[in-house]
Design a protein around this ligand. Structure first.
Ligand SMILES: *Cc1c(COP(=O)(O)O)cnc(C)c1O
Length: 366
């Protein structure tokens, strides 16, 4: 039987893409803040309801650059239940990651456990809107304000997510996005940094262009993360169809939930009230005792039948060799994250899943 993959990239029409490529070829302006690059930044800012956005070549460089721009040093509080890039960005900036446990309800950082992890060296918090589920931004900001900390959100999963009509990307000091092919909205590889004011936007634009502030003036040790016109054109086309793709994912989520609601030992997330979700992932959590099988038993049974779920996020970042020696990486410090990493499977979730695909997935679980 055909493979059912956990995701499938949203691809623009080749004909429309070709028309835009002809424009790029004619202009010979292929990178360095070209016309499509500027247009995509503008259209994304409108779509996402954010004042300023800067495009990047992937979702990791905006994390690195946000930490640089805010001159973060010392210790940064984060969670181990994420993609490795979150913690790597802290390490690459010469800072020490401090892991705090997550909440069962959101898989995001548990605000009640942040204060105990703050030391005189703490300068920032890097929470993750895991699976696009908004974390408790008010509680996090209150702690940040009390201790004078910066907040950088890894919002790689939270494209288009809103709480009461407001983008989650407007919280904290900055938020980062990933436009990798596996994400809800993609530019093949790509990403962005969201900021709240023009001065910061300017500084970020210098930093992603080697620090150049003019033809001959370099104001900071910048990096190169400039997006070319080909990817910007691709991004413009995908932006036109992303709402339709999100709605198709929503319909898949409705079907999964309806079927799995009364299966003992399986937990999943319902929509949160007031939240516009993007249905980027559909994690289920297996309680082996009640379900009668462990997560890995089910995972490998599915794999055998060519249904490729993914164990996001297993293993925890805190278990990798770089980080496992840190005191905060001890499993006893991270009981919820440690358990959920053993329970989770993300089911196939994308805009092209057919009725038959969904039935095939469900029949393996039920
Ligand atoms: C995908 C992802 C990233 C990194 O994005 P890339 O575009 O692959 O560099 C960072 N954080 C999280 C939580 C992610 O899922």
């Amino acid at each position: 039987m055909d493979k059912i993959t956990v995701t499938s990239p949203l691809l623009p029409s080749l004909d429309e893409f070709n028309e835009m490529l002809k424009e790029i070829w004619a202009s010979k302006w292929v990178t360095n803040n070209g016309q499509f690059h500027r247009q995509l930044e503008q259209e994304l800012a409108e779509y996402l309801k954010v004042p300023y956005i800067s495009l990047f070549t992937n979702g990791t460089l905006p994390l690195l650059t946000a930490l640089q721009a805010l001159r973060i040093t010392g210790e940064v509080i984060t969670t181990p239940y994420s993609f490795v890039a979150t913690t790597h960005s802290i390490w690459w900036n010469g800072c020490r990651p401090v892991f705090v446990d997550i909440e069962e309800e959101t898989c995001g950082i548990d605000p009640d456990k942040i204060e105990a992890a703050i030391t005189p060296k703490t300068t920032a918090i890097m929470p993750v809107h895991c699976y696009g589920k908004p974390v408790n931004m008010k509680a996090i900001q209150a702690i940040a304000d009390k201790y004078g900390l910066k907040v950088i959100y890894d919002a790689a999963h939270a494209f288009g997510v809103e709480v009461d009509g407001e983008s989650v990307l407007n919280a904290g000091d900055m938020s980062t996005l990933s436009f990798h092919a596996t994400k809800v909205y993609n530019t093949l590889e790509g990403g962005a940094l969201v900021m709240h004011d023009e001065v910061t936007k300017k500084r970020i634009d210098y930093l992603k262009n080697f620090g150049f502030a003019g033809e001959t003036e370099v104001v900071a040790p910048g990096i190169n993360s400039k997006v070319d016109e080909v990817r910007a054109a691709y991004g413009l086309l995908n932006l036109k169809q992303v709402d339709e793709a999100i709605e198709k994912r929503h319909q898949v989520a409705i079907k999964y939930r309806k079927a799995l609601r009364n299966v003992p030992g399986i937990r999943f997330f319902d929509d949160m009230s007031g939240v516009r979700h993007n249905y980027s992932y559909f994690p289920i959590f297996i309680n082996a005792k009640e379900y009668g099988k462990t997560r890995d038993q089910l995972y490998f049974e599915m794999k055998e039948k060519n249904v490729l779920g993914r164990r996001y996020f297993y293993p925890l970042i805190s278990t990798f060799s770089t980080y496992r020696g840190l005191p905060s990486a001890a499993p006893a410090n991270l009981p919820v994250a440690t358990r959920l990493a053993e329970e989770v499977i993300c089911l196939p979730m994308h805009h092209e899943l057919s009725e038959e695909d969904i039935t095939r997935v469900l029949n393996l679980i039920m």
